[in-house]
Write a protein that binds this ligand. Structure first.
Ligand code: G1P
Length: 297
């Protein structure tokens, strides 16, 4: 029988230094696009792909994340008393069932590969998804659901990918392409953050993965790579050398890099413009600003 993907790891232990001073007290994953935290987008995408168990790899100072997914009985009671049923439903839709969510601490910032390895006992011997909440993908069919479909057809490891400008390869895991079949790309290797002159292509890994337990076995070796960190990219590439297939998946949709300020602002505007209650006002404001930029200063 073909394996199903029912577990997802959300590595959220990063310090979020690019958003200081905000991230001094607020985990960056709680920062909101319009009115929903980044992490809510990630959870919704996972659910839409059939994920049933949500594993967060956290670190010191991320308590607000656990509170966010907890029930808020007092707040619910207050909204019920005031008859604010729409808000009450919205609030309840963010509650997680008992046992559905698990938190694992990454005690030292040793890299993305290490963060995923921290969740190994909860994954055991099944394929699993990894979602990096910094990467927000707006798509008609959510990105991970697209990948699960491809996985169910082919099995193997899948990484979401997209073309990036050649001088940006140093910010991503980059695929060494074996065969380009359009949506799916087979690979003969992957390199973490290569300089443009060393990059085998400009096809970059985006923060959605479906991986097999072989990758966890590779992570057990705790090999350090780019930046002196234990890289997920290296473990996936090494699983390929051990006889497993690794596919790149060119998703349809638009990816926002919400780990950067510019990307976060673009996502905020895009998600606000997609909202019936905000579109007209914001459109009017944006066109004023664009035509008379001083208005925003
Ligand atoms: C991580 C991965 C990298 C991937 C990127 C996607 O890097 O290590 O391979 O391309 O996410 O956003 P980070 O952005 O955490 O440095």
């Amino acid at each position: 029988m073909r394996a199903k993907v029912t577990k997802a790891i959300f590595p959220v232990a990063g310090l979020g230094t690019r958003f200081l001073p905000a991230t001094k007290s607020v985990p960056k994953e709680i920062m909101t696009l319009v009115d929903r935290p980044l992490v809510q987008y990630a959870i919704d995408e996972a659910r839409a792909a059939g994920i049933k168990e949500f594993i967060f790899v956290t670190s010191r100072g991320k308590g607000a994340l656990e509170d966010y997914f907890d029930n808020a009985p007092q707040l619910e009671q207050e909204l019920r008393r005031k008859g604010k049923t729409e808000l009450l439903d919205l609030l309840k839709s963010t509650n997680m069932d008992s046992g559905e969510i698990a938190y694992m601490r990454q005690h030292k910032p040793l890299g993305l590969g290490h963060a995923v390895w921290c969740a190994r006992r909860l994954i055991a011997n099944e394929p699993f998804a990894v979602i990096l909440p910094d990467d927000v993908v707006a798509a008609e069919k959510p990105c991970l659901a697209q990948m699960v479909e491809a996985f169910e057809e082919k099995q193997g490891n899948f990484v979401a990918c997209m073309e990036v400008p050649e001088d940006n390869t140093g910010s991503y895991g980059i695929l060494d392409v074996k065969e380009d079949m359009g949506t799916v790309v087979s690979t003969k290797g992957m390199i973490e953050k290569p300089a443009p002159e060393d990059a085998p292509s400009n096809l970059a890994v985006i923060g959605r993965y479906i991986l097999t337990p072989k990758v966890l076995q590779q992570l057990n070796k705790k090999k350090t790579g780019a930046g002196g960190e234990i890289q997920l990219t290296d473990a996936i590439a090494d699983a390929r050398e051990g006889g497993e297939e690794v596919f790149g998946y060119r998703f349809s949709g638009h990816r926002f890099d919400c780990g950067s300020k510019a990307g976060f602002l673009q996502a905020t505007v895009a998600f606000a413009l997609a909202r019936d209650d905000l579109r007209d006002d914001l459109m009017g404001y944006l066109s004023d600003v664009v035509h008379a930029p001083k208005a925003a200063q």
